[in-house]
Structures are given as structure tokens and as C-alpha cells.
Design a binder for this molecule. Structure first.
Ligand SMILES: *[C@@H]1O[C@H](CO)[C@@H](O)[C@H](O)[C@H]1NC(C)=O
Ligand SMILES: *[C@@H]1O[C@H](CO)[C@@H](O)[C@H](O)[C@H]1NC(C)=O
Ligand SMILES: *[C@@H]1O[C@H](CO)[C@@H](O)[C@H](O)[C@H]1NC(C)=O
Ligand SMILES: *[C@@H]1O[C@H](CO)[C@@H](O)[C@H](O)[C@H]1NC(C)=O
Ligand SMILES: *[C@@H]1O[C@H](CO)[C@@H](O)[C@H](O)[C@H]1NC(C)=O
Length: 505
């Protein structure tokens, strides 16, 4: 609805450049934190608590996902398929002026209800059109090939290309997000824009500072509500290093929900089910425990998408971890590599030994003592370059570390080095839309000893297909400023849209 001019874009760049340095310095004074408090908490040993295990989804076509909470008088309805009628499809977003006048005289509450009903009807129409697209297996939708979502034969990277395409268009047409204005930077309305948790700050800034077409300033017109706090910055400013005490984070989250639920009607009416938070920090799931409804009902968009730690694929969203050291894609990975570039190494990994899986990997394969073509290092010798090795390898190993996600997955996608997923209980990003088996390989942790055998078993033809798949999904993992269609910002939003729409593709 609003246009974003060049000035806006420039401002965002500035804000993002500033966000982890000078603003932090100014706020240091404000918060009265000593330098030790500011130091990045660099040991993220996770707290071992007993969490419920959620089932992973493996559902075909389209399915209702969850019963959206309806504990209050005005629930967020699970949308009905039967209420749609094709002839009433156009311009449901716009108010008829007479209708508006009539509504204005009605009570405020009544206006709210009817507006909500209209929003829900819009969602029902979207659902119905997505279902229709999903069922038309042999009919290409209009403009399908001109909008290059599907470039045969790489439709294979999508679970259901037509349903995804239709759902994406419906999202562009309808989806509205309200961002709560409460709270101050750096913990709210700001976040890291470089290093490993980049995505947290970049999403918040994109949502807030660019006048996104998805953002509405009138909460009554929104489908979902965003709690724009940064767990990474909570850790940076509120956590006392080495205490492993996450209660300050939980207290902050609890207070924040307390404030917005007292000031606005939106939280209470759905018990948080149409609200979302986003965190890339390992402790995102811990922070979300600060409010039981946030944890149990809201859409939690998390890098640490560990089903053993309560991540629910039906309701939560897996967020890709993208490591941008200085906020930009490393120049070596900026453009897709030459298809014919030689890849002499079979497999590559370099990284610290943390978490449960990497010790196994390093014990067996470290410093290529078993095989010269399998390059497994803890710390890379200074004469070797990380990205160059990725670009020279056929497979890049992506084992979980302290948490399930690894930034190597996205780096491998950029480098067109087939990601080898070595993780347990990890729900891969955008797996609601993408078929990861079309562009990655999964090796069970118990098969680490057979790594070479398994990778060598991939035929040249299969390898080429996987590589082509990587090229096809690259744009879904790229951060742009400002965001561009089908890029990572929009894919995250699309995952949230699907949860709100309450369907699986
Ligand atoms: C939709 O409504 C129109 C007129 O109100 C009616 O003629 C048509 O049959 C309806 N279509 C469906 C699918 O119910
Ligand atoms: C198809 O593309 C044309 C030109 O790009 C555009 O005018 C038209 O609205 C599109 N149709 C649909 C259904 O998106
Ligand atoms: C929401 O519920 C809480 C606790 O039940 C209550 O304190 C608060 O006033 C309610 N908010 C609104 C806007 O009514
Ligand atoms: C989620 O809901 C259950 C049942 O109401 C409750 O026992 C549990 O404490 C909630 N989880 C969190 C983290 O608050
Ligand atoms: C996932 O969660 C479980 C349960 O807390 C934990 O044992 C496991 O180490 C976690 N995985 C990773 C890679 O952190």
C-alpha cells in the first residue's frame, strides 16, 4: 500500500549499519552495563530441560493444521472452506463507503467483529483458491512460466509448485501484519544485522523500517501481530555471562506480553494464536517460555527448530540461520558459481567441536587422515580459505552444533555445494514448501562412519540434479535490501502466512 522510496531504503541501511555498533555504545551508558556485560555470551551451552516431543509433519497436499485456540469470546476461527463463492472474489479489502458509515455508527466492538469477519472471509477465499490450484495437477496457472517460480524440470524442489505459487500470490494480495510499537531499542525494534544472528535484526528492520506492503498501522486490519523484540540483544544486554540464567530474558518476554495484552484487545481474544515472535539466537525457545500462551499458542519463528525442545512444526516456523560477518554476503559467494568449476574434494567441513554431533564427525574424519578427499577440520589452517574450499567441494557437511541449525546450510546453498544435513530433530527451513531431498542429502548421525561410502553412492546424474536444485532455491535464501519477491524475507513471511491460514501445502 505505501511506497518505499530511495530515502527510506538508505535510512534502513544506516540503521542496520549502526545497529550493532554505535547505538549499542550509546545504550551501554543508558543501561549502565559494564564491558563484561556487553561481551557476547560466547558459550551458549543449552539448558537441559524436559520438553514435550512434537510429532513431525509429513502431510500431503493441503490439510488443516491445528485447532487455533478459542478460549475467549472472539476466537480466531479455523477458516471454513465452504464459505467461499467465486463470484464474490474481487476487492474484498476495500470498504463500501455506505457500509463504512453504517459501521461507524455501530459500537466500536461491533466494528471490530465485522472487520474481523471480513478478514477471515478473505483468508477463506485464499484457502479455497490455493486448494483449487493444488488440485489442478495438469493445468498451468496463468503467468506461471513468466513468474519464474517454476522453471521445469526444477519444479521438483517444491512440494506442490502450483499450490505454493498461488499461496504466494494470495499472500502478496492480502496478508497484513501489525507491529507493536511498544518498547525501546536495542531490545525491541532493533536486532543484530551482522554475524551469525543477522536474520533476526534484518527481519525486524525490514518489517519495521521499510514501509513494507505487508505492514498495517491499524491493528484491526491485521491478520497477524508481531512482537518485535530481539532475543540476541536480550542476551547481549541483559544476560550475565556464564550464569546460564535465562530468567531475565523470560521476565522481559513476560512483561512485554503483559503490556500489549493490557493495552490492546488482540492478544486476549486469541490467547496469542495470531501473534508471532522471531529469534535466531539459540535461546529463542527459552525466552518464549516467559509466557505460557506465547510458548503454547503463538507462532514462534526460530532458528533453533529442535522438536525435542518443543518446536512444533505445525505452529512454529523454522528460520534459516544466515551468517553475514559484516552484514553482506561474502564476495566469493555473491553470484552463483560457474557450473563447470572443478570440485576436486568430495566433502568439506570446518568448525568448532560443539554440540553432540560434531565430536563424532571429527573423531572419525578429522584432518583427512582417513581420506584425502574428505576435508574435515576443526580450525582451518591459515593457508586455506573457507569459502574457496566450499566452492571446490561437491558436498558440504552441515552438522548441528550447540543448536540444531547451522549457517553452513545457507552458505552451501550459495556455493552450490550439496548440503549434507547431519542433525537430529531439526525441522529444516521452509520445509512447508520446499522438498529438501531435491537439493540436499541427509545422513543419519549413526551413519557418520559410512559417510564416504554414502556420498560416493550418489551418481553423477543425481549429483547434477541436486546441484540444479540448489541453483533453483538460492533466491529463497538470499537477503536483499530492500527485500525482493520470493527472497528469504518473503519466504519467512510466507511460512507465517501458512500458519495463520492454517493449512499445509
Ligand atoms: C455464488 O453466488 C452466485 C450468486 O449469488 C450464485 O449464482 C452461484 O451459484 C454461487 N456459486 C457457488 C459456487 O456457490
Ligand atoms: C499476467 O501478466 C500480465 C503481464 O505481466 C499482467 O498484466 C496480468 O495481470 C497477469 N495476470 C495474472 C492473473 O496475474
Ligand atoms: C487481557 O487479559 C488480562 C488478564 O486476564 C487482563 O489483565 C487485561 O486487562 C486484558 N486486556 C484487555 C485489553 O482487556
Ligand atoms: C503450555 O500449556 C500447558 C497446558 O496448559 C502448560 O502446562 C505448560 O506450562 C505450558 N507451557 C509453557 C512453557 O508455559
Ligand atoms: C535438541 O534438544 C534436545 C532436548 O533438549 C537436546 O538433547 C539436543 O542436544 C538438542 N539438539 C541440539 C543439536 O542442540
Amino acid at each position: 500500500m505505501e511506497k518505499s522510496g530511495g530515502v527510506r531504503a538508505t535510512m534502513t541501511v544506516l540503521i542496520c549499519v549502526l545497529c550493532s555498533s554505535s547505538i549499542a555504545a550509546v545504550l551501554l551508558l543508558f543501561f549502565g552495563v559494564g564491558t563484561s556485560g556487553l561481551r557476547r555470551a560466547n558459550s551458549y551451552g543449552s539448558l537441559k530441560l524436559d520438553y514435550p516431543v512434537s510429532a513431525t509433519s509429513s502431510s500431503p497436499i493441503i490439510q488443516l493444521q491445528r485447532n487455533v485456540i478459542s478460549s475467549t469470546e472472539r476466537p480466531v476461527q479455523a477458516v471454513s472452506f465452504t464459505s467461499t463463492n467465486e463470484s464474490s472474489k474481487s476487492n474484498d479489502e476495500e470498504l463500501d463507503p455506505n457500509l463504512h458509515r453504517r459501521r461507524a455508527s455501530a459500537s466500536k466492538v461491533k466494528t471490530l467483529i465485522s472487520r474481523r469477519q471480513r478478514l477471515e472471509m478473505g483468508l477463506a477465499r485464499a484457502q479455497s483458491s490455493i486448494r483449487k490450484a493444488a488440485s489442478q495437477i495438469n493445468i498451468l496457472p496463468p503467468n506461471f512460466s513468466s513468474d519464474p517460480v517454476e522453471i521445469p524440470p526444477f519444479a521438483s524442489v517444491y512440494r506442490n509448485p502450483r499450490a505454493f505459487y498461488q499461496s504466494y500470490l494470495e499472500m502478496e494480495k492480502r496478508f497484513k501484519v501489525y507491529v507493536y510499537p511498544e518498547g525501546d531499542p536495542p531490545i525491541v525494534h532493533d536486532g543484530p544485522c551482522k554475524n551469525i544472528y543477522t536474520i533476526e535484526g534484518r527481519f525486524i528492520h525490514e518489517m519495521e523500517h521499510d514501509k513494507s506492503r505487508f505492514r498495517v498501522t491499524d491493528g484491526k486490519r491485521a491478520h497477524v501481530y508481531f512482537l518485535p523484540f530481539s532475543v540476541t540483544f536480550m542476551v547481549k544486554y541483559m544476560y550475565r555471562p556464564l550464569t546460564y540464567d535465562v530468567t531475565p530474558l523470560q521476565q522481559f518476554v513476560s512483561d512485554y506480553v503483559g503490556v500489549i495484552s493490557a493495552r490492546y484487545p488482540f492478544w486476549n481474544r486469541s490467547s496469542g494464536a495470531d501473534h508471532f515472535m522471531l529469534a535466531c539466537h539459540d535461546w529463542g525457545p527459552h525466552a518464549s517460555r516467559g509466557n505460557p500462551d506465547l510458548y503454547n499458542n503463538s507462532i514462534r519463528v526460530l532458528c533453533n527448530a529442535n522438536t525435542s525442545e518443543g518446536f512444533s512444526p505445525q505452529k512454529d516456523v523454522s528460520l534459516p540461520e544466515i551468517h553475514l560477518l559484516d552484514g553482506n554476503i561474502p564476495s566469493a559467494l555473491l553470484s552463483p558459481p560457474l557450473l563447470a568449476a572443478p570440485r576436486p574434494h568430495l566433502a568439506f567441513f570446518a568448525g568448532g567441536i560443539h554440540g553432540p554431533i560434531r565430536p563424532l564427525l571429527l573423531r572419525h574424519w578429522r584432518d583427512n587422515h582417513r581420506d584425502p578427499n574428505i576435508l574435515i577440520h576443526e580450525y582451518l589452517p591459515s593457508d586455506l580459505d573457507y569459502y574457496t574450499l566450499m566452492l571446490q567441494s561437491r558436498f558440504c557437511l552441515c552438522p548441528s552444533g550447540h543448536e540444531v541449525a547451522s549457517p553452513r546450510i545457507v552458505e552451501a546453498i550459495y556455493a552450490e555445494c550439496i548440503p549434507v544435513i547431519l542433525s537430529e530433530n531439526y525441522v529444516l527451513p521452509f520445509s512447508d514448501v520446499l522438498r529438501w531431498e531435491a537439493f540436499s542429502v541427509r545422513v543419519k548421525v549413526s551413519d557418520i562412519l559410512r559417510l564416504k561410502e554414502l556420498l560416493e553412492a550418489v551418481t553423477e546424474k543425481e549429483y547434477r540434479t541436486l546441484k540444479a536444485g540448489l541453483r533453483a532455491v538460492r533466491r529463497h535464501f538470499v537477503l536483499n535490501r530492500p527485500a525482493q519477491r520470493f527472497d528469504v524475507f518473503h519466504m519467512i513471511l510466507h511460512s507465517i502466512w501458512l500458519r495463520r491460514l492454517n493449512i499445509n501445502l
